[in-house]
Ligand binder design. Sequence first.
Ligand SMILES: O=C(O)CCC(=O)C(=O)O
Ligand SMILES: [Fe+2]
Length: 346
Amino acid sequence: MKEFIQPTLVDVDSSTLTDAQVRSWREHGFVLVDGLLPIELIRDVAQAATSRFPDPDSDEAQRLNDFGSGMTFPDRDACFNRLSLHPHLLEASSQLLEVPINELRLSQSDLWPKYGRETGDRGDFDNQDQRIHLDYPNHTLTHPAAWNEPEAVEIIVYLCNETEVGGATAVVPRQGSDDIAYSSPMVNTPGVSDIPWINDRTRAEAWFMQNRPAVAEFRRELYEREVYAQYREGSVLLYRHDTWHRGTSLLPGALRLAQNLTFRRADASWISTLHPGWAWAMYKPDQRMERLIAEATPEARSVLGFPAPGDSYWDSEKIDAVEARYGALGFDGTPYREQLSWTGLY
Ligand SMILES: O=C(O)CCC(=O)C(=O)O
Ligand SMILES: [Fe+2]
């Protein structure tokens, strides 16, 4: 019997994670929450995405192998960027990683459409019924640190309802510090070591049966332990680069929209930015990145690598120069100047 888990509400007064939610992430490797982000923002992003991706019943959609992309940070639709840097997401990541917001860095924000279709063999890279896996291989240059020293929070923001489109994310809850499934090094996953990168579950597990029977058995137990995130519109799954999980099949003809994000610790520079990043975006005629920097709060700016107020980077000449660059777009150097004179007193 499939065990579905339901989202739990965040603290409604402060829009922060409850102690039980933080504990679930720390101990089990994930938590599914509701009420973290304003529903109007979720709907704006869903609408922007729907208008840009093919209709689920179009030929174009049926040809996609589900790794569609198209919206990455910074996007031309400002609502996508607002969601990416929403203060409640930053606060939740700060709670989980136990660092202040200005010591977080955004290293992923992209939105994928996933299209449901009749099952059928579409080869190794089929993305419907995924193999159980960890996400760290395509984020970090190294290997995740010890379990109690997490370096990143990974996030899926769902923009629709599981009951309407299917595609619940399956997760394997970690059961205590001696859980064999979570003992380091975690390398029994496609794309790591000399194991070929196969996405489709049936094909990946056939490879393990053939080539690594003991690992196939280890993985069979992971599938048996799966629970399924019964997300709703606006639910947020907070998990980790070292949490066993996978995407599952959508209902035929359905379109699932979800935004995927990672916030890493600033000092974990070995965790790379997944998508093209934002330097090239500063070359776009719409100046989306410059406007975003000008309008963001100092905290949100620092999550993009912009030095925080009080950082030793700043002197009054630099503040003046940065204000000269962004002032016409609304940048105000006051918070940076204030911290400069404050620290200068001591
Ligand atoms: O879409 C999902 O529910 C999970 C997808 C996933 O884990 C992946 O593509 O790495
Ligand atoms: Fe994944």
